[in-house]
Design a protein. Structure first.
Length: 79
């Protein structure tokens, strides 16, 4: 992957993480009831887990396949 794409991906992740942190700060500083704040925080964490965990697992799976294919290619080139 080209270096600029890696940098852009990292910048996007940092930006989104910053937005999430700012949103939680505003949530917890609001005048809502404590139970409601806690409920929203737990729902948010569960939602992000549902979205991000499969992405992370697929990324690890693809990396393992790429390593296996690279090892297979290296063994095929040896004569």
């Amino acid at each position: 992957m080209p270096r600029y794409l890696t940098l852009m991906r990292g910048a996007l992740v940092l930006f989104l993480a910053g937005l999430i942190v700012v949103a939680h700060i505003f949530l917890w500083r609001s005048d809502m009831a404590f139970g409601l704040k806690l409920t929203f925080t737990i729902l948010n964490a569960m939602g992000w887990s549902i979205v991000l965990l499969p992405i992370l697992f697929i990324d690890k799976w693809l990396a393992a396949i790429k390593r296996r294919n690279a090892e297979t290619d290296n063994h095929d080139n040896v004569t």
